[in-house]
Design a protein around this ligand. Structure first.
Ligand SMILES: [Zn+2]
Length: 416
């Protein structure tokens, strides 16, 4: 794939290490595919271990991962050269005895990833450090949803954030969008509410930013964020259910997010809800997305005289102010989300279900209603998002961070 010659978003600093020394004595040997797969997997496991346990001794990483201490030392040296990890300045002794060791940790000061999340009425642009923490963000209101206009504004917004973050270098851009997104081709295949069809998001943003761009559906982006940075990491299987204006889900087992052909897995928007009454854009009545979307919540809240307008946070504010209709609508919605989660639990049986929904994030009674909808026996496995204040900012960046942590040597500055 040819690199775009467009102006780069990153500050024009030279690559950290333009020509890393070859790792093996027999550098003329052409590595077999199995070798490179194994190296990629080992590199990923080591960097994930540093992320999860850092600051941590290399000997501990070796013990945790089952890799040889020499191999762990090798990978850590490589990551340190690339600026992905650093050594703590003061050596430590376990219990004050034994040989001192120098712990390593993820270096969250040098690199960032840029994130873009496209919602219906606004786009969120953000910078995340390598620990998935939001360093900076902006929300860009949509005057309209023409894809060229939205993506041009997103690129401008990222450039502005990077200009104000001197000393930080962007490794790449992650984009999360609802609807049907094909990660392989970096295309939004279809997003009905935005009116997008076959939009080549990756190519457009790569040309505009000069950075590597990765695109994924936002439910999968968020399942990756939880898997990498949330308390549920280490769960053998994880389901993420997103209920905004778009309703979708994503499922990961043993660190693999299920995509299915053309990344269509998790398209649950049009599952029928028993007793549903809302007309859906697809022509049927009672689809999950039509019943549960924020648009529907806000319309019902307007009809009940709770709010004017279309901002679900105004319904939350009314409920916080004691409006019983606002409370009723939010609790009803959370119960319905719980029933949807129960259906998905029956089919997929994940260890943990993470729910992103505005009521569940903000109110204990909604979380209780969600768990009631799921049913008592599995209520404890259902938790709200780990990113209550930054879920959309985290979504985009997580797409790029997932790529980094899966294949750290390829996603490193050397490769960009
Ligand atoms: Zn429908």
């Amino acid at each position: 794939m040819p690199r775009a010659a467009a102006p780069t978003l990153a500050s024009p600093s030279p690559p950290i290490s333009p020509s890393l020394p070859s790792r093996t004595a027999s550098s003329s040997r052409v590595p077999r595919a199995a070798d490179s797969d194994r190296r990629r997997t080992s590199a990923s496991v080591v960097l994930r271990s540093v992320l999860e346990h850092g600051p941590v001794a290399r000997s501990t990483i070796a013990r945790l991962t089952g890799l040889s201490p020499a191999s762990v030392t090798d990978y850590c040296a490589r990551f340190a050269e690339l600026g992905l990890i650093h050594e703590e300045s003061v050596p430590r002794r376990s219990n004050g005895v034994g040989r001192p060791h120098v712990p390593v940790d993820v270096d969250s000061s040098r690199f960032v990833v840029a994130g873009v999340h496209v919602a219906l009425s606004y786009t969120t642009v953000a910078l995340l450090d390598l620990r998935g923490r939001v360093v900076a963000r902006r929300e860009l209101a949509h005057e309209h949803t023409d894809p060229g206009w939205v993506l041009a504004r997103a690129a401008e917004g990222l450039r502005a954030l990077l200009d104000r973050a001197p000393g930080r270098r962007a490794l790449g851009v992650g984009v999360a969008v609802g609807g049907w997104v094909d990660r392989e081709s970096g295309t939004v295949v279809e997003h009905q509410m935005l009116g997008w069809r076959d939009v080549p998001v990756r190519d457009v943003l790569r040309t505009r930013t000069g950075l590597p761009v990765h695109v994924d559906g936002h439910a999968r982006a968020l399942v990756n964020a939880e898997r990498l940075f949330g308390p549920a990491r280490g769960s053998g299987s994880l389901l993420h259910l997103f209920v905004g204006n778009v309703v979708d889900a994503a499922f990961a087992t043993n660190d693999e997010v299920h995509h299915g052909p053309r990344s269509q897995a998790g398209a649950i928007a049009h599952l029928p809800v028993p007793g549903g009454t809302e007309a859906c854009d697809c022509g049927r009545t009672g689809c999950l997305q039509a019943e549960l979307s924020e648009r529907t919540l806000c319309r019902r809240a307007r009809e009940a005289g709770v709010v004017v307008g279309t901002n679900p946070m105004h319904v939350i504010a009314a409920a916080a102010g004691g409006d019983p209709d606002a409370v009723r609508l939010l609790v009803q919605r959370a119960t319905a989300v719980g029933r949807a989660a129960r259906l998905l639990l029956d089919v997929l049986n994940p260890e943990t279900v993470v729910v992103t929904e505005v009521g569940v994030i903000n109110r204990e009674d909604c979380l209780a209603a969600l768990r009631e909808g799921v049913g008592a026996e599995r209520a404890a496995s259902v938790v709200p998002t780990s990113f209550p204040d930054s879920v959309l900012a985290v979504a985009g960046g997580s797409v790029a961070l997932d790529v980094l942590y899966r294949d750290p040597l390829a996603a490193s500055p050397q490769a960009t």
